[in-house]
Write a protein that binds this ligand. Structure first.
Ligand code: SF4
Length: 374
């Protein structure tokens, strides 16, 4: 099963979306984990997380953005402009970072998607921030309803919210297997699982999680040299995580947005007003550096994960020109060094543009350094 997942997620994993469309369904693309997929699913639409996997060309994107933009955004834009994502019926722009905004706005300008919505999330937590975001979520749901001719009820939203809550619980169980003394699932496999879940309906992701939990409970991935936490910017590259693990660094946990950041901090919120509950869930519990003033929370989050998974070292990665994560990683490195935690900061290009050979040399030296510690 894992081999099949690897094959799917090394590329863009478009088959399920194609089947969905063939059956008359509509597909809505988003990128940032600030997008509450519950709202898209409640409207009967398939949420599809846009990635740039397997793409090593960015010429069309470079003509719109510049080569001084993050190559994750440029790769996604390239695939938007070359027609790869023409199957999308809708596109959700978020203000995760300005590079992401540039990606969406250039895409919509040059090759418009029928439905385009800009979902704005506050960058800091003021008393009124949650109410503001709740209102944005209501507008988002209304826009989907109006354009796709549906009527999302509170019951629809409650059902979609309940299934995402179960998915979060099951993902935490998978991470329990991954972070165990004898890990039962690798970091590469966990990433493949999460990516596969971002291109299928929630119900199918839940079934996939059930299968993996059944198969992997009691399994042992075998020996490794060191336990690693991987943190940083958009990292959906199974080859990159696989490279760390091939050299003996078991990536036993992460703080990535294609990882724990998308589900671990989110604890169920009880509120009579469902959009406010979602706003609480997504905004107040975010561990993304897009949020100002919350560095102390992110540091605690990382230290807690490192302790929970008993890691020997931390690798912090960011895509070149990603200032948001580049600055956060530099600050995190200082704090980790104060605690005498070995840390490696890697700046890289995204996906097919990455220089894996150079990364390999640096990771190897890092693992040797950890191995020499008394
Ligand atoms: S990697 Fe950085 S620049 Fe690129 S989308 Fe993410 S936060 Fe924005």
């Amino acid at each position: 099963m894992m081999q099949e997942l690897f094959e799917r997620v090394r590329g863009l994993d478009l088959d399920r979306a194609a089947q969905w469309k063939a059956a008359g369904g509509k597909v809505v693309g988003y990128t940032c984990v600030f997008t509450p997929v519950e709202i898209i699913e409640a409207a009967g639409l398939l949420p599809f997380r846009i990635r740039g996997a397997g793409n090593a060309e960015t010429e069309m994107a470079d003509a719109r953005l510049s080569r001084f933009n993050c190559s994750f955004c440029r790769s996604c834009l390239q695939l938007g402009l070359d027609g790869t994502f023409d199957f999308l019926d809708g596109l959700i722009e978020t203000n995760g970072c300005d590079q992401l905004r540039g990606m969406f706005e250039n895409w919509q300008y040059a090759r418009p998607v029928d439905f385009f919505h800009y979902l704005k999330g506050p960058h800091f937590l003021a008393p009124e921030s949650v109410d503001y975001f709740a209102n944005e979520l209501r507008l988002f749901a209304e826009a989907l309803d109006d354009y796709f001719g549906v009527k999302t009820t509170d019951a629809d939203l409650a059902a979609a919210t309940a299934i995402q809550a179960r998915i979060r619980e099951k993902l935490a169980l998978v991470y329990g297997l991954r972070e165990a003394e004898r890990p039962a699932i690798t970091g590469t496999e966990t990433l493949a699982l999460i990516l596969a879940g971002s291109a299928v309906p929630a119900k199918e992701f839940e079934e996939l999680l059930d299968d993996v939990l059944k198969q992997r409970t009691g399994h042992d991935i075998g020996s490794f040299k060191a336990r690693i936490l991987l943190g940083g910017s958009a990292t959906d590259e199974v080859e990159f995580v696989g490279m760390i693990e091939e050299m003996g660094g078991a990536v036993v946990t992460d703080t990535l947005c294609f990882g724990t950041r998308a589900f671990w901090p989110r604890r169920d919120v009880v509120d009579d007003e469902p959009y406010r509950a979602l706003a609480e869930l997504y905004l107040r519990q975010s561990m993304c550096p897009r949020m100002y003033d919350q560095f102390p929370d992110r540091l605690t989050y990382l230290l807690t994960a490192a302790e929970r998974a008993r890691v020997d070292g931390v690798i912090l990665v960011h895509n070149k020109f990603c200032d948001v994560h580049g600055i956060d990683n530099a600050l995190l490195r200082l704090r980790l060094r104060e605690k005498e935690m070995p840390v490696l900061c890697l700046e890289k290009e995204y996906g097919g543009l990455a220089d894996l050979g150079r990364m390999r040399t640096r990771v190897q030296a890092f693992l040797e350094r950890i191995g020499e510690r008394p």
